[in-house]
Design a protein around this ligand. Structure first.
Ligand SMILES: C[S@@+](CC[C@H](N)C(=O)[O-])C[C@H]1O[C@@H](n2cnc3c(N)ncnc32)[C@H](O)[C@@H]1O
Length: 215
């Protein structure tokens, strides 16, 4: 079956910006205490349950993958963009990164203790999100946790220039209650959510949802 256009566009865009994206964002978490707090809480939950490795889905250059590894998790990254995967492997040679799409993961049922989707669902058209949350549910082990970071709002913004490059990307800002509903319709149980004010660069509030696959 032919790949949906949005996946091709997303891959092409991130292939073209991968090297500069990594340079610009490598230390970004240092200035984001609430982001680090959500990642730390997620890591604690995953450690307590101990039901398998964590996948950082849409890992980009692997900065969040490496942060999670630094918190003591067994974690690997998956990304649509081969250039992002190449950059991640170069920057974090001790970690595993694979090419793949969260629309259809090369993973068995119930094999993951956790999933992080850190700003990686933001380019998926809303009508395709139920399929992605169903895939999250499929690959999580009972007791496994999901952490999703996204942009809070209710609009589509077109991105024509970013990270020093021309590109063409749609960014979907999503109401937190809609993301929570997608997660619960897929069979996950909400654990926590946070909406925080934007910093100077973010252009709107940022949201984080933690959910758990029931035992
Ligand atoms: C905004 S970047 C975030 C990257 C990384 N999580 C970070 O915070 O640095 C979005 C990433 O999600 C990836 N992505 C988007 N849709 C994807 C999909 N369906 N499967 C895998 N990766 C995807 C893109 O290739 C890109 O690297």
């Amino acid at each position: 079956m032919a790949e949906p256009d949005y996946l091709t566009t997303t891959r092409d865009s991130y292939d073209s910006v991968a090297v500069d994206y990594e340079k610009l964002l490598r230390d970004e978490l240092d200035a984001k205490p609430f982001d680090r707090a959500m990642l730390a809480a997620f890591a604690d939950l995953v450690r307590v349950e101990d039901s398998g490795p964590v996948a950082d889905l849409g890992c980009g250059p692997g900065r969040v993958t490496a942060h999670l590894a630094g918190l003591g998790l067994t974690v690997f990254g998956v990304d649509l963009s081969s250039e992002m995967v190449a950059v991640a492997r170069r920057e974090h040679p001790g970690l595993r990164f694979e090419e793949g799409s969260m629309t259809s993961l090369a993973l068995g049922d119930g094999v993951l203790g956790g999933i992080v989707a850190w700003y990686s669902i933001i380019h998926t058209p809303p009508e395709s999100l139920p399929g992605i949350f169903a895939e999250f549910h499929r690959v999580l082990a009972p007791g496994g946790h999901l952490l999703v970071a996204f942009k809070a709002g209710d609009e589509r913004r077109h991105l024509a220039h970013a990270y020093g490059h021309d590109l063409s990307l749609e960014v979907y800002w999503l109401p937190p209650e809609r993301v929570a509903e997608l997660s619960s319709r897929a069979g996950l149980v909400e654990v926590a959510r946070l909406v925080r004010d934007p910093d100077r660069t973010e252009g709107g509030p940022q949201a984080y949802l933690v959910a758990r696959k029931p035992n």
